[in-house]
Design a protein around this ligand. Structure first.
Ligand SMILES: NC(=O)C1=CN([C@@H]2O[C@H](COP(=O)(O)OP(=O)(O)OC[C@H]3O[C@@H](n4cnc5c(N)ncnc54)[C@H](OP(=O)(O)O)[C@@H]3O)[C@@H](O)[C@H]2O)C=CC1
Ligand SMILES: C=C(O[C@H]1[C@H](O)[C@@H](CO)O[C@H](OP(=O)(O)OP(=O)(O)OC[C@H]2O[C@@H](n3ccc(=O)[nH]c3=O)[C@H](O)[C@@H]2O)[C@@H]1NC(C)=O)C(=O)O
Length: 369
């Protein structure tokens, strides 16, 4: 399906049966439940209609300002400019927040006006839809870094994770060397429990500050939280609005800097750095002793493509937007690869990337709990 432009949205009639509360309803839908041509399977009262309904109002007002002076850009911001895959249509509301006060204010505004919202960092683990997103995208720019004491860093959730990894390693602390090449934010890495080279984000965390959907601030101790491979309690936390800051506790280590540079070098050789990707598309299957990439390569799928979406010829678990990939191309490629790997090896791959439904919150389809 081609990407409708904002003007295209404007001529589509809203569904007259749709009530405002249905538009803002949070409906978490697993990635895997989307067939490759899901648009043709939608029932009439689907949230996709809700998206048309919202988008139909887009261009009337370009900026909405809330009581605290926050400016929401209306209907103009393209999601493809906010993610590493470079895919995605317009979002109905968009704003950037630079501190906790702005974040809380934005969340309250969305809640009071029944506008569904998502928080994004670098968009390095997201697949947006060509239809865009009918709610509000809040871009996290909370980027402070405080050195509390030796080896203890309190960092804004919008701080670049790779920058943090390089900085801590250069200062002689171990625990985040792997972060050196990860294109996300501290918030995204904590939410996903990002990992590489045998290290994981959660292992370096001391505490996490969050805002709840009621606008309350809470500090959670790492020792009270249950993290797993690419999983965090935040993926299932119903009253989480956003992670605001994370405190890391690291140990001194002479070789941290060298190790960080080695990891980065290894990444440059084994991954398609510089291409438009979202990192690993699938999680590695647990307890099989084989990686998702190996299975995809052995199924003969390196360089396999659907439209502008392509399996990387460098690393088979990286799918590339080789130019002009639509969200549909990428979804179809993901589904085809899953099918073929399942047919050949009887292994059901599970996505690591998150699909942001145009009318729903993004979801992690593979929460292990
Ligand atoms: N190992 C590697 O080489 C790579 C790893 N990655 C992983 O993906 C992560 C993605 O980071 P990033 O690009 O910043 O994330 P994204 O902008 O891609 O956001 C992905 C999702 O994470 C959640 N999220 C992000 N920030 C916050 C926050 N502050 N509070 C609460 N939830 C948040 C949101 O989920 P929701 O909308 O459901 O709330 C969001 O939809 C990386 O840090 C890493 O873990 C990505 C690429 C390569
Ligand atoms: C990129 C991500 O994280 C990466 C992380 O950077 C690397 C490095 O530690 O290890 C994981 O990849 P990975 O398991 O594919 O690691 P690699 O070391 O590249 O490959 C594992 C095995 O697969 C083989 N391999 C790799 C690529 C390929 O095209 N074909 C292939 O057969 C390799 O030879 C190796 O034997 C993380 N991915 C997951 C899903 O766990 C991400 O999360 O987005």
């Amino acid at each position: 399906m081609s990407c409708p432009s904002p003007t295209h949205f404007a001529v589509i009639s809203p569904n007259p049966n749709l009530k405002p509360h249905e538009v803002s309803q949070i409906a978490k839908t697993p990635f895997m439940s989307f067939p490759s041509s899901h648009t043709s399977h939608l029932p009439l009262q689907s949230p996709r209609n809700a998206c048309f309904f919202l988008c139909n109002h887009m261009n009337k007002q370009e900026v909405t300002q809330n009581g605290n002076g926050l400016k929401f850009v209306r209907g103009k911001k393209l999601l493809r400019d906010l993610c590493t895959w470079g895919i995605g249509g317009p979002c109905n509301y968009f704003l950037q927040v630079f501190n906790q006060t702005q974040l809380v204010s934005a969340i309250r505004y969305c809640l009071e006006h029944s506008i569904q919202f998502i928080i994004i960092g670098k968009g390095s683990n997201c697949l947006f839809d060509d239809l865009g997103f009918g709610g509000c995208v809040i871009l996290n720019r909370i980027e402070f870094l405080e050195r509390i004491e030796s080896g203890i860093y309190r960092v804004g959730s919008g701080f670049q994770f790779n920058r943090l990894g390089v900085q801590c390693s250069n200062e002689g602390f171990t625990g985040l060397e792997f972060a050196g090449g990860i294109p996300g934010t501290v918030g995204g890495a904590t939410f996903m429990n990002a990992g590489a080279n045998g290290q994981e984000t959660a292992d370096a965390i001391d505490s996490i500050e969050i805002v709840t959907t009621e606008g309350r601030l809470q500090t959670l101790k790492r020792s009270d939280l249950d993290f797993g491979y690419r999983s965090s309690p935040f993926q299932n936390m119903e009253d989480l609005a956003a992670i605001v800051a994370v405190t890391f506790q690291l140990n001194h280590c002479e070789s941290a800097r060298r190790r960080q540079q080695e990891y980065l070098e290894r990444r440059r050789k084994s991954q398609p750095v510089g291409e438009r990707s979202a990192g690993s598309v699938f999680r590695n299957p647990s307890n099989l002793g084989v990686s998702a990439a190996e299975l995809i390569e052995k199924a003969g799928l390196k360089s396999f493509r659907v439209g502008g979406a392509m399996v990387s010829d460098i690393h088979a678990n990286f799918f590339i937007n080789s130019g002009g990939s639509t969200s549909q191309d990428m979804l179809e490629l993901i589904n085809l690869v899953k099918e073929k790997v399942n047919q050949k090896f009887g292994v059901q791959l599970k996505e690591e990337v998150l699909y942001v439904d145009p009318h729903c919150s993004s979801v992690n389809p593979n929460n292990d709990k």
